[in-house]
Design a protein around this ligand. Structure first.
Ligand SMILES: [Zn+2]
Ligand SMILES: [Zn+2]
Length: 126
């Protein structure tokens, strides 16, 4: 791995946020002031291809990047907030059903976070 790949891998694996490429870029710039966004994109792409990190594609928001360790995601349909959750591991049942060509899966569960649920409920009459 190049020093950039190592650092990006480290950043993504040690972040509880789900960083976008431009957020990774800002963090990288603190250490490598000369780095350009395209370099960050290229290195992120390489890490994804190598299966070291994964990309989260969510409709209506930029791609984010996450550690590879198995976990699922809760997504607020109101504000787009993304949180990690661990649901049943469906790898085995999926492998049984799909067969040996099965590769991986990712689960996105949509909900309304407490903030959005509050503002979605009709105002109480006095
Ligand atoms: Zn929300
Ligand atoms: Zn995650």
């Amino acid at each position: 791995m190049t020093k950039y790949e190592k650092e990006i891998y480290f950043i993504i694996n040690h972040s509880a946020e789900h960083l976008t490429a431009s957020q990774v870029f800002s963090l990288m710039k603190e250490q490598f002031p000369g780095i350009v966004l395209a370099t960050v994109y290229n290195n992120i792409h390489k890490l994804c291809q190598a299966g070291m990190i994964r990309k989260l594609s969510i409709e209506g928001s930029p791609d984010r990047y996450d550690r590879i360790q198995r976990h699922d995601h809760l997504i607020c349909s109101g504000c787009g907030k993304l949180s990690d959750m661990v649901f049943l591991n469906l790898t085995e049942p999926l492998r049984r059903q799909v067969g040996h060509s099965f590769l991986s899966y990712s689960l996105q569960v949509f909900y309304l976070c407490s903030e959005c649920a509050k503002s979605a409920s009709p105002p109480k009459s006095p």
